[in-house]
Unconditional design. Structure first.
Ligand code: ADP
Length: 482
């Protein structure tokens, strides 16, 4: 890997703090999920280095927010441009540490860069307001100003995009940024830092601290210098970190787990529904928070849908993400594959029928054979826990009211999908599903131009779109007596 990346300047095994590349006494090894081979290591840093990063971010703040929005936008655009120029190297690093097929990794590089581009454009569209006053001798002004130092903790499933969609709006708004990437995928974050440096992001404005999650997380959630905390990851960790932020009343954004229903009505276009199911469920081997987790299919459609999906899923190509033709890589670790199997076994004990898969895969302990089950009961374990793996589990429903009730039977509220040709029903479903995002006749809903985020226990705040800037801006009233 080092050899294939040499000369790109993107293979970094040091943390990036205050514009310096930092090594540590202890190291944290990172492996390739497809092979288990160690690909490199990063410094195992802790509270002291996290505090240093926050101090650097604090001292870089005034100069950064003092630049014009146009200048900040130009730097973000250059950063995005460099990501495009180095797309092959970034994708190689990502597949090596995360496992996703190279084509998907290349897709993520473009998706991640798109957030920098979008917010480079949005930087200049931050508008204040003047409100018609309540008294003739008053003037009411609304300012929208950068929240200050932003701290982020990000997951391994999208090692680049989950950082850029936070750093993009933060830097565009005039905030400075400290991120602790997942210990499983730090190299993508460090490559991004190398490109930030090259793009002219000033020292201290973008910092990457690798190492001890709990120790670094403590500083990022409790430091008085951090004004905002933004997290993408599991619901349990997100709740715990949000609670810590309460002590200093930080602004908090959370993108947590989903439990997406994928509803197929009998009037749906079967071929489109299967295509959407593959895209929604099996992208990143099922390891996205918007992945369909519960398939709800109307009675007469169950047999044809299960058969067609089973056939399509059986044809998926499981293997090393670097191998030609692979479209299902490994899961992130062996525990993830075991969880999928637990969900399969439990559902089958409850009477589910297997259409394809349902077994470990001979490629290794982190692989699982893509699986389709039908006849799954709403009492099944996978209805309560996100599977986060390649399992499509079909439950039957008999009418629209039941579909809505079953779909909303979850504390999660991130994404939902509906397939129906009935135009009135499309509207009713969009309005009644208790989710932050509803895909109608599509399994792909994520784009930098649209608001991404959940309701209920799936999160707070929105990322992407013109709304994504709000999370990084404070509203200030100026009340002027004239
Ligand atoms: P998942 O691994 O399922 O994506 P996690 O919530 O475990 O979800 O991980 C998301 C991010 O949260 C990672 O960067 C991880 O290091 C971090 N994290 C996990 N536990 C803690 C913790 N106790 N304190 C701070 N960060 C944590």
């Amino acid at each position: 890997l080092c050899e294939s990346l040499s000369g790109t300047g993107l293979w970094r095994q040091s943390a990036y703090i205050g514009g310096e590349w930092i090594d540590g006494d202890a190291q944290l090894d990172v492996d390739n999920p497809a092979t288990g081979a160690i690909i490199g290591s990063v410094p195992h840093l802790g509270a002291a280095e996290a505090e240093r990063a926050v101090r650097y971010a604090q001292s870089a703040l005034d100069a950064w927010k003092g630049r014009t929005a146009k200048e900040r936008g130009a730097i973000l655009r250059r950063w995005a441009q460099l990501m495009h120029e180095h797309a092959d190297a970034l994708a190689t690093i990502m597949t090596a540490e995360q496992g996703k097929p190279l084509a998907e990794a290349t897709g993520e590089v473009a998706y991640a860069a798109a957030f920098l581009e979008w917010f480079a454009e949005e930087a200049r569209r931050v508008m204040g307001e003047m409100i018609t006053p309540h008294q003739p001798d008053r003037r009411l002004l609304v300012f929208r100003q950068a929240v200050g130092v932003v701290a982020a903790i990000t997951p391994w499933n999208f090692p680049l995009a989950m950082i850029t969609r936070k750093a993009g709006p933060a830097l565009a708004a005039g905030c400075t940024f400290v991120v602790k990437p997942s210990e499983l995928t730090p190299f993508s974050a460090l490559a991004l830092a190398a490109l930030a440096e090259e793009a002219g992001v000033p020292p201290g404005v973008f910092n990457v601290v690798t190492g001890d999650a709990a120790a670094i997380g403590d500083v990022l959630t409790t430091s008085e210098m951090v004004n905002k905390f933004t997290f993408t990851g599991s619901t349990a960790v997100g709740k715990m970190l949000a609670a810590k932020c309460a002590g200093t009343v930080k602004r908090v954004s959370l993108e947590l787990g989903g439990n997406a229903p994928f509803i197929v009505f009998a009037d749906a276009d079967l071929e489109e529904a299967v295509k959407g199911a593959l895209a929604s469920k099996f992208r990143n081997s099922g390891q996205t928070c918007v992945c369909a987790n519960r398939f709800l299919v109307e009675g007469p459609m169950v047999e044809p849908f299960a058969a067609a999906l089973g056939e399509a899923v059986a044809a998926l190509n499981v293997g090393d993400g670097f191998a030609d033709g692979t479209n299902q890589g490994p899961l992130i670790n062996a525990a993830a594959a075991q969880r999928v199997h637990r969900h399969v076994a439990e559902a089958m004990n409850g009477g589910a029928v297997r259409h394809t898969g349902g077994t470990a895969h001979d490629a290794g302990e982190r692989f699982y054979t893509p699986t389709v089950l039908s006849g799954v009961s709403p009492d099944a374990l996978l209805w309560r826990e996100e599977t986060f793996g390649p399992l499509a589990a079909i439950t039957r429903f008999s009418d629209e009211a039941e579909a809505i009730e079953l779909a909303n039977r979850s504390r999660a509220g991130l994404a939902a999908y509906v397939y129906t040709r009935d135009a009135s029903r499309q509207w009713r479903m969009m309005e009644q599903l208790e989710y932050g995002m509803v895909g109608v006749n599509t399994g792909l809903i994520s784009t930098e131009v649209a608001p991404f985020g959940g309701i209920k226990e799936s999160g707070l705040g929105r990322e992407g779109s013109h709304l994504g800037m709000d999370d990084y801006l404070n509203v200030k009233l100026g009340c002027l007596a004239v």
